[in-house]
Write a protein that binds this ligand. Structure first.
Ligand SMILES: Cc1ncc(COP(=O)(O)O)c(C=O)c1O
Length: 451
């Protein structure tokens, strides 16, 4: 079923643009429309909400379903739920007072926890609301002139492609795309071919490469260390102002991999914290090295105290750390942002640390891929090897288009999967620390019943 062509009406329905589908046009529309398939657009696609969440359990997931889509948007784990509730009560009891007493400390705690997890300095971490916000802020203001190039790939998510299209339309920066592996055979991806396709796309005018750590179109994880080394070679002899910056949407590796973008040689890293990390919904970050921050400018005014004071007294925010300077101001859903530190603490303690989380997630993904590969009529589209894969697992069923498979898994087997939100649609699973081996085995049985 690879490369299935979509007719115009299907596309419009998925975009929420035809009668009966208006409910998916607003916030969250693309997820409802594209990832949690419901072929006739009716509203009963989502599993019923759990009514009696057991506060003792780490996750309050509906036990009536085997949910392999927890990566899509986090179900809040217990410590995050509790922290949100604490902050919500404080804000509801007296917003102005709680804000005044709490805000600087809680925001700094969240930033410090993120920095600690990344192995970076807190001054290098900007807090955002999502991957999309971070990616957009970076590509909108990355220093580059008319005719300079940003190199991206055919495999990236809408947020990267659209941010770059908007940038090109704004000031004539050129955007080029390369293909890193065959679109219909991602399982054949190889690290050498990926690196050489990328390096082959770099020209003297290239100022940045815009990549995605783990492709949500295929589950392919890019070999970032090898890519960083190759980009470093291409940078040999370049001035700092012309150095190619390695920029990464890290969302499907962040909270999965036992590696920090800092150690992998990335220059700029944007990620949500509300998928595999299981942070509060509506949280994210941008980390950049000190040199890379020097090539970025903020778009949304920060609410950092020093910047505000500079405005009050007629100065410039020259002393504000880049992370704070690039943290969009305005009031936020603070109870969520302030609960972010709890997600990092959860990974460090209750979940056993980054290495343990990576081992668990990879083990579940491996079990799933091996099981799927043994089922007749199922093609695993994500590479089997761990160097080119993370937690996402994509597959193709000979007998059924991906969105029909998702519907039938949910309706007939109470297994929740998703469809890749790309032109080529695959059946996609994301076993995570919220899942068990039993969940994987139930999913395999259900897929075998359909294949
Ligand atoms: C690669 C990739 N980047 C970004 C996003 C969007 O993330 P966010 O909701 O944090 O903006 C998604 C999917 O939701 C994705 O698959």
């Amino acid at each position: 079923m690879t490369d299935e062509r979509l007719d115009r009406r299907q596309l419009l329905v998925r975009g929420g643009l035809v009668a009966g589908a208006t409910a998916v046009a607003g916030a969250g529309g693309y997820v409802v429309a594209r990832e949690v398939s419901d072929s006739d657009g009716s509203a009963d696609a989502a599993p019923p909400a759990r009514t009696a969440a057991d506060d003792g359990e780490l996750f309050a997931l509906d036990p009536g379903y085997t949910n392999l889509t927890t990566f899509l948007l986090a179900s809040h784990p217990r410590p995050v739920r509790d922290a949100i509730e604490r902050h919500r009560q404080g804000l509801d009891a007296g917003t102005a007072l709680y804000l005044r007493q709490a805000e600087p400390a809680f925001e700094e705690e969240a930033r410090a926890a993120a920095a600690d997890y990344l192995g970076a300095g807190p001054e290098e971490v900007a807090l955002t609301d999502s991957t999309t916000m971070g990616v957009a802020l970076v590509y909108a203001r990355l220093r580059a002139e008319r005719g300079d190039e940003i190199l991206t790939t055919e495999h990236d998510f809408y947020a990267t492609h659209e941010s770059l299209r908007l940038r090109a339309a704004l000031d004539g920066v050129e955007v080029r795309r390369v293909r890193l592996y065959p679109l219909d055979r991602p399982e054949t991806a190889s690290a050498d071919a990926i690196v050489s396709a990328l390096v082959g796309g770099i020209t003297p005018r290239t100022r940045a490469v815009a990549l995605t750590w783990v492709h949500s179109s295929s589950g392919v994880k890019l070999p970032l260390r090898e890519i960083a080394d190759a980009v470093a070679q291409a940078n040999d002899g370049r001035d700092e102002s012309e150095r190619v910056l390695l920029c990464v949407d890290g969302i499907h590796g962040f909270g999965v991999e036992d590696a920090s973008p800092v150690d992998l040689g990335v220059d700029i890293f944007a990620s949500g914290c509300h998928k595999w990390l299981f942070g509060p919904r509506g949280t994210g970050l941008v980390w950049a090295s000190a040199q890379a921050w020097g090539r970025l400018r903020p778009t949304i005014p920060t609410f950092a105290g020093e910047a505000y004071a500079a405005w009050l007294f007629g100065g410039l925010p020259t002393d504000v750390a880049p992370g704070a300077l690039n943290t969009p101001g305005g009031f936020h859903s603070f109870e969520h942002r302030w609960a972010l530190a709890e997600a990092f603490a959860l990974h460090a303690a209750e979940l056993g640390g980054r290495a343990e989380v990576a081992a668990r997630t990879h083990a579940l993904a491996r079990r799933l891929k091996e099981g799927l590969a043994d089922i007749d009529g199922v093609a695993v589209k994500t590479p089997l090897g761990e160097e080119l894969s993370a937690g996402l697992v994509c597959a193709d069923l000979e007998a059924l288009p991906a969105r029909d498979a998702v519907d039938r898994l949910r309706e007939e087997h109470k297994v929740v999967a998703s469809v890749t939100p790309y032109a080529t649609e695959y059946l996609r699973f994301g076993p995570s620390v919220a899942n068990t081996e039993d969940d994987v085995d139930r999913t395999l049985e259900a897929v075998a019943a359909l294949a």
